[in-house]
Design a protein around this ligand. Structure first.
Ligand SMILES: [Fe+2]
Ligand SMILES: [Fe+2]
Length: 292
């Protein structure tokens, strides 16, 4: 038979248990990183695409990646992207493919440039086909990905990337949760400048194009995740993906020796951004360099 004392004890235990559950949930929420976004460095040629196919799915599983950005501007033997490359990179696990100075390297691109899974640098003159940014849905978040081309030591007459990005960010800021910038540029100073220019305005700025991964990943003072270059996915024994002999001949003779993709084993370069749910800010940046 239950008396009043037993009933109140039972309730006390129940309340204690509920309090424990709420406490655990709060701790979990505080620690909870819900979004992991990977950005993979420039895919170089057929061997780079193969390396992506071999590595990406496993990394996505192991790291519990939610969204994948891949730079594909060199996938067609160093210059541009074919329809086959486009399909292969998507099949390998990319959610969006970004481009760069080699965007128009293969005419094939005009067949699929309006596909929502590919973006080209935003600072081409107005009216140029394709889009410089797109917005994606992922785990109840809206993610904007913007691709832009630097102007220092890149011989393409693009518009000012700083001003264009700022304008776009202002327009979309209140309608998206996260903004990622693939800044495809040669000069480290231009890239660092872009990171600081957008600090506090976007989720992360990462560099592509030099094919050499930099070790300067960090969170800038106002909270934007930053790395100067995420590197490349392509032949290891090479000059930024190209055949060493052909490249050296160019430097030795100053003649326009034709570039060709190097052969042999590949490296896989990428960066993972961990995003905190409540703030939508980068909590951690992890560099990945496989096959060294
Ligand atoms: Fe490039
Ligand atoms: Fe590249």
């Amino acid at each position: 038979m239950l008396n009043n004392n037993n009933i109140s004890k039972k309730y006390q235990i129940r309340i204690l248990n509920i309090k424990k559950i709420i406490f655990r949930m709060r701790i979990f929420k505080k620690r909870g990183i819900i979004l992991k976004i990977i950005a993979v460095g420039d895919i170089i040629g057929t061997s780079g695409v193969k390396e992506l196919k071999n590595r990406l799915k496993k990394i996505k599983e192991e790291e519990k990646i939610d969204f994948t950005i891949v730079n594909g501007e060199n996938s067609a033997e160093g210059m541009g992207i074919t329809e086959k490359n486009f399909k292969d990179i998507l099949e390998a696990g990319a959610d969006v493919i970004t481009m760069g100075n080699h965007t128009w390297g293969k005419k094939d691109i005009f067949k699929f440039i309006d596909n929502p899974k590919i973006i080209r640098p935003i600072n081409y003159p107005e009216g140029v086909v394709g889009s410089g940014y797109r917005i994606y849905n992922c785990k109840n978040k809206k993610i904007a990905v913007i691709n832009a081309l630097g102007r220092v030591d890149i011989n393409i007459l693009t518009e000012n990337p700083f001003l264009i990005i700022k304008k776009i960010v202002k327009n979309i800021k209140n309608t998206v949760d996260l903004i990622f910038i693939d800044f495809h540029a040669e000069a480290t100073a231009e890239k660092v400048a872009m990171g600081n220019y957008l600090d506090g305005e976007v989720t992360a700025v990462f560099g592509t194009h030099t094919h050499i991964q930099t070790a300067d990943e960090r969170i800038l003072p106002k909270g934007t995740g930053y790395i100067t270059d995420i590197g490349m996915t392509g032949p290891k024994n090479s000059v930024i993906g190209m055949d060493i002999g052909a490249s050296l001949k160019r430097f030795e003779t100053a003649l326009p020796e034709r570039y060709k993709i190097a052969e042999g084993d590949c490296i896989f370069n990428a960066v993972i951004f961990e995003i905190e749910d409540e703030t939508n800010k980068v909590k951690n940046i992890k560099r990945i360099y496989l096959g060294k």
